[in-house]
Structures are given as C-alpha cells and as structure tokens.
Ligand binder design. Structure first.
Ligand code: RUB
Length: 479
C-alpha cells in the first residue's frame, strides 16, 4: 500500500474502518457485486472517509457504529477495495447475499444508488460501471424473448429492424394513430412503437387504439405479404391496470410475435419491468428509459451511467432498452457511453468502462463453447433444457433524432446492425408523407447493405432524394 493510502486509512474512524479493505485478496471471487464510483467528497471528508460512509450507508451501516451489529452482519459490510486519487474513483465490493433472493433488481439499486446519492459526505457520486459475478447472474431472469425471436417472426436478418414512433407524440385519435401505423408499414417499415406517454387518453381510448392498430396491421400484412410488429405502452397507474392492458392486447386477436409490451422502466419502475418479464416470457419487453437523463447525464455529478442502466435492464429481463444514438441524433450521448452500453447488452462478453463482464459461466477462452451458447440463445436448439450457461442478449433500441440520412453514420459508430431503430420525425417529417418517410428509410438501409453511397442511390430513389434534401437542410437550419 502506498504511503498516501496508508495515511488515508489512518484517518478513518473505527466505524469507517469496517467498510474498507484496500487489500481485499480477490474481489472477483464470486462473492461480490463490484461497483466503480466517481466520488468527490463533501464537507470536511477526505475521499476514503467519504467512500467508507458510502459503503456503509449502501450496505449495512448508518452514521454511527451501532450496538446491534453481529459477527454475521459485519460479513455483509460493503468494502471499499480500491482508489484512484487522481481521477477521484472508488471501487466498492458488495457481498451479493445482501440482495433479495428473488432476483430483484429494484432491491439492488435501492442499496447501491439509493440513500447514498443524497448524503452530505459527497458532492459528486456517480456509479460508472458494475460487475456481476456469474454465480449471481444465475439467480436473475435476464431476457426471455429476444430480438432474435423478433427477427424470426419478421423474417428480417442482417439489417437493423426498421421502426418508427408515431408523431405527433400525442393528440391523434385512435383511428388517426392507426392510420399512421398502416402508412409506415405499407411503406416498408417493420416495427411501430407507442410513444412513451401513450396511455388511455380521452381522445385516444386504449381499447380503441388496440382495435384500430390490429385492423391496420392486418391490412398492412395482407397488402405487403410481410409480418409487422407493434410495441404497446402498457405503463399504468397500478399493477392491475397494467395487466389489464396486456391482456387486452393478448386477447385482441394478434398473432404472438406481432406485439411487444413497452414499459417506461424508470418512471413506472423496475417492478413493472420484472413483472412483465415473468408474466409474459413469450413477449418482447421494450424498456423505454424516459427520465434516465436525470441520472445519466454527464453534467449531473450524481446518479449512474447509461452503461449501468443498460446492464441492469439486461439483468431484469428487458428484451430491449434504448441505448442512445451516440451523439448522432438529438439526445446527449457519446460513442464512449452509448456504444459501450449497446455492446455490453448484446454480447456474451463485453468490455465496460472498468470491468470486463462475462454474461456466461463458460470461460471466454473457450471460443467454440461461447459460440454454441450464442447460437443457442438465438435459436433455442442446442441447449434448451440444459442448466444455466448464460444470460440472453438484450437489444439496443436506437431512437431520438435519427432520420434516413443518419442511419449509415449511426451504423458506422455502432459497428453492427443488430438493433431496432425507431425514427419519429425522421419518418413523419418527410416532405411527402409517412409512407414516403418509410420508403426513404428502407432505401437508406438498402443503400447501406449494397454499399452504395446514399446520394448515388437517391438518383434512382425519389423518396430518399427528398429525405436527403429535407433532412440535410433541416440539420443545417437547426445548427
Ligand atoms: C424519438 C422519441 C423517443 C426518444 C427516446 O422521436 O420520441 O421516445 O427520443 O430517446 P424522434 P432515447 O425520432 O422524433 O426524435 O432513445 O435516447 O431514450
């Protein structure tokens, strides 16, 4: 231990000492969930004192050592085990037996980004990365119905699933809403999602919206000969209403596979996400993250990162979560944050900001076995009834200010096409119509797949040409 670290340890009071072990032999031995925080101490505290207070408050402790401790309760103490003084980083190991044995994500977050975000001892505290040991992962659901299942249903492979969000965000009647869905689908789009505030508004009753979407989908499927998917927002005031909405959709005559359940995972909460995952393992669970910016924006010193949010979404069993446009679209975001998060939830092994996460029990050196598991996760053929090998993938959903012109730049940054894109204004602001917007999106994707520059492709594709002219000018005007 360096002398600076020794001095910091000496500065701890006896309570704080019980939450620090800078010589923890092997934090990755499977007993701990690990977290890395950016921490700026507040008031008179130095960084290790503040970190020890954070470890205490986020596991077993409080502001004073209490007389009611037991030898076992001490074993459950979280431990600060590493520091980076220059970058103000602290690593904390949480014995994962602390957490609810029901595979409960809400419970973990209540500890590790709970009270501590409001403590006086810190002026900045951001959870940048987490690491789950494989033994812990086994206790959590993870996704059931994945994007690979959706691909099979749609018969769409080797390209992004092309989607839209109906705009205006709100204000259309249920029949008008369904008409926009129909237009997008007959224009060639695959997937339509309700926007995040969609509920049972008086001008767009939920039951009518479901009924009209079903009619629109049937018509579009008949006309195009292609399957389509609609993601229904089932976020509600209470559990019963959420399930009522789900059941209304299940019983509306849709083909299994043609509907997804969208949940506003931050505002409705993790319990809602996990309820949907457990009740409806055969349905794509679409995690919309509205309000995540309050926690994830870099200029907010308190909260957690997009990477952390996305990892917990996979753990909870979301089939897909919005991961951002990596700075290509309208929302804040960078490749360092958004693409790292997207890859983390797609692959069996992934590099986070600080940890290499394996979502499988198989060592990453065994490339063949990992490959078999990946294939099985996609097609459920090889190891269907076998014991736990790994957690299925969660699909990045990419939204927010994208348009056909920005599709290729986004794919270039993303590095793969295994995602769902949902473009709102990028489709419905097309100077022609929603149908033309959908055609332009399909054409932009075709140009990408055929490795033809979109300007070149647009010479023979009028809707794409109009989109390029409109969106290029619109982006210049917006600058
Ligand atoms: C996109 C939209 C999405 C949010 C989600 O509409 O309304 O719900 O952007 O953001 P548009 P994120 O395509 O018109 O911008 O995906 O970053 O969570």
């Amino acid at each position: 231990m360096s002398s600076i670290h020794e001095d910091l340890v000496k500065s701890l009071n006896s309570k704080q000492k019980a939450y620090v072990n800078l010589e923890l032999p092997d934090p990755t031995n499977g007993e701990y969930l690990l977290g890395v925080f950016h921490l700026t101490p507040g008031g008179k505290f130095n960084i290790l004192q503040a970190a020890a207070e954070v470890a205490a408050e986020s596991s077993t402790g409080t502001n004073f050592k209490v007389k009611t401790e037991t030898p076992f309760s001490r074993v459950m103490n979280a431990l600060v085990y590493q520091l980076d003084l220059e970058r103000e980083l602290v690593w904390i190991a949480y014995p994962w037996r602390l957490f609810d044995r029901g595979g409960n994500v809400q419970n973990i977050l209540t500890y590790i980004v709970g009270n501590i975000l409001g403590m006086k001892e810190v002026s900045a505290l951001k959870l940048l990365d987490v690491w789950f040991p494989p033994s812990m992962l086994e206790q959590y659901d993870g996704p059931s119905y994945t994007v690979d299942d959706m691909r099979k249903y749609l018969d769409v492979y080797d390209r992004p699933i092309l989607g839209t969000i109906v705009k205006p965000k709100m204000g259309l009647t249920s029949a008008e809403y369904a008409e926009v869905c129909y237009d997008f689908w007959v224009g060639g789009g695959d997937f339509v999602k309700n926007d995040e505030p969609q509920a049972n508004q008086d001008f767009c009753p939920y039951d009518k919206m479901v009924k009209h979407v079903k009619e629109a989908m049937d018509k579009a499927v008949l006309e195009t000969g292609h399957k389509k998917v609609h993601s229904f927002n089932v976020s509600s005031a209470d559990f019963d209403t959420m399930i009522e909405r789900c059941e209304m959709i299940v019983n509306a005559g849709f083909e299994p596979g043609s509907y997804a359940f969208l949940i506003d995972g931050i505002t409705a909460g993790w319990m809602a996400v996990q309820t949907l995952r457990r009740r409806y393992p055969g349905v794509f669970i679409h995690f919309h993250r509205a309000a995540h910016g309050a926690f994830t924006r870099p200029e907010n010193p308190l909260g957690f990162s997009v990477l952390v949010l996305s990892k917990f979404a996979r753990l909870a069993g979301a089939s897909g979560i919005h991961t951002g446009t990596a700075g290509v679209g309208k929302m804040k975001g960078t490749p360092e944050e958004d693409v790292v998060a997207a890859h983390e939830i797609q692959y069996m092994n992934a590099e986070g900001h600080f940890f290499k996460q394996s979502w499988s029990k198989i060592p990453d050196s065994d490339k063949d076995a990992i490959n078999i598991v990946n294939i099985d996760m996609a097609h459920h053929v090889v190891l269907e009834d076998d014991s736990w090998r790994g957690m299925k993938k969660c699909c990045p959903i990419v939204s927010g200010g994208l348009n056909p012109v920005r599709l290729k730049p986004f794919i270039d940054v993303m590095g793969n096409v295994d995602f769902i894109t949902t473009m709102g204004s990028g489709v419905h602001a097309h100077p022609g119509s929603t149908q033309d917007g959908a055609k332009a999106l399909v054409q932009a994707c075709d140009a990408y797949l055929q490795k033809i520059d979109i300007e070149e492709y647009a010479k023979t594709h009028k809707e794409l040409a109009q989109a390029i002219e409109f969106f290029t000018k619109a982006s210049k005007d917006a600058m």
